[in-house]
Design a protein around this ligand. Sequence first.
Ligand code: SF4
Length: 378
Amino acid sequence: MVADRIHSPVPATPPSPLGLPAAPFADACARAGLAPRDRALDDYRAFHRTGAIADWMNDAPLAGPIVREQREEVAEGTTVKFLQRIARGAAPDSLPPHAALNVESVIIPMIGRGGARTHTLCVSSQVGCAMGCEFCETARMGLVRSLTPSEIVGQWWAARHILGAPIRNIVFMGMGEPLDNLDAVLDAVAILTDHDGPGLAMSRVTISTVGRIDGLRRLATAMDRPGWRRLGLAVSINAPNDAIRSAIMPINRAMPMAELRDAVLAVPGLGRGRKVCFEYVLIPGVNDEPGHADELADYLRPFTAAGSTDGLTRGMVNVIPYNPRRESPWPAPDEASVERFVERLDAAGLFVRRRRTKGRAMMGACGQLGTDEIRRRK
Ligand code: SF4
């Protein structure tokens, strides 16, 4: 009997359908003797398309349960912020033994061209963040740990199949700096855009970064691959010059704006189907003066048609009214100052949009994600 136990195969744990694209998933299942390749492929498709979980997948690590859900009505529909419980994984020892880890995501309704309602899912790439931006709620948690590809894709699965939201766009703008966890983020994008899986269009996925130059260069290489040329890029610029940017975004002290601009201009395909989006969180008394708009316009001139040698527009600006974090030293800007700033950028020749704030009341708006429980313990 002992010999039997020694020689009997160890039951294989199924790989997670959230953590691999279809082909490697089906291969791994067939190799482990869990399911024939064709059946694994069929069940993978059904898992992503309808949310059905085949019996043999039940032991695989699937999406963490939703432990909290908050809804807020906005003009376009309902904004839903939700928290999923995940395993502690490689969380630092400083985290108390019983502290639970939650991942936050936000479903944002949009009215598209032609009046149809679509949904954008804002996903997190880390629990907490190490970047320390002064205006950001998540920064106050510090970095707890990076997420795995399946934990990132699990946010989409929960939004789609637990909460029933048809998701058209994904933006990596939740907790964390995606370029700090780039391998997992790229793996997650490969799964999210797999035709046999979630099947999102690559042009509907956007990675948003504070502009880690080392990470940007690696991302640029990834974006140059066939099938990846329409992946969207957003850069949080938030300041018109190095003095202001360094004061509110510590990354700028090591990676100043001129170098950042060169790294962004080197991203392949700009002007040909891809425009980088510069995000500018407008903070009263910090970066909202008319002169700041002029300086920003000068800085971004090479991204405009008029400022480029080939007449192509390579970038645009998204002005985001600041959402006060807890204990914020700054208020939200008033409507008139947002309008003035946007008009000034527009007059200077930039392609500019302003983002309407959704979810402010429940701390689900941009720069406001963060788990209160962990923050209090720190
Ligand atoms: S704004 Fe983004 S990069 Fe900066 S601290 Fe917050 S989550 Fe991190």
